[in-house]
Design a protein around this ligand. Structure first.
Ligand SMILES: [Zn+2]
Length: 160
């Protein structure tokens, strides 16, 4: 069924007000019931549910396989070789600069789970050691000096 923009807006308004729900499988609209995400047809259709379960299984297997695959030393080496290529680096830089990617990253970093993980990561002795080593590098020191010099300059210009 085709909806006009007004109708769609109205539907979403009702969804937000928890008056109705849109079925996650078939887009059928039904009255809101807490935690009910599928319409009655999809809920009782055993074939549909079996397919859904199967799809989940396949996805899970694939995820597990990929995880195992990327742990292999030869694959890891190939991946890191690939990432070092200039054109790939350039592509990644371009990708990271996209507003929607930046926004996603910003949101992701707000996540408490992420924050906890990050804290845990920086507490590891080998990470701390690596960081200390990194900050001792002349070019890093130089960059930091340059950065604070620029900041000072900016503040001076801002206050007039
Ligand atoms: Zn449905």
């Amino acid at each position: 069924m085709e909806y006009t923009k007004e109708q769609i807006d109205k539907i979403y308004e009702q969804v937000l007000r928890k008056e109705i729900t849109i079925c996650e499988m078939c887009d059928e609209i039904f009255d809101y019931v807490p935690r009910k995400i599928l319409c009655d047809k999809c809920r009782v259709d055993p074939e549909y549910r079996a397919k859904e379960r199967q799809r989940d299984e396949v996805k899970k297997k694939k995820r597990e396989y990929m995880r195992e695959y990327y742990q292999r030393p030869e694959v890891k080496a190939r991946v890191s070789e690939y990432r070092q290529r200039p054109e790939v680096k350039e592509q990644q830089r371009e990708y990271r600069q996209r507003p929607e990617v930046k926004e996603r990253k910003r949101k992701y970093k707000q996540n408490p789970e992420y924050k906890a993980k990050e804290r845990e990561y920086y507490q590891r002795p080998e990470v701390k050691e690596r960081q200390r080593e990194y900050e001792q590098r002349p070019e890093v020191k130089e960059r930091r000096r340059e950065y604070s010099r620029r900041k000072r300059e900016e503040r001076k210009n801002a206050t007039g």
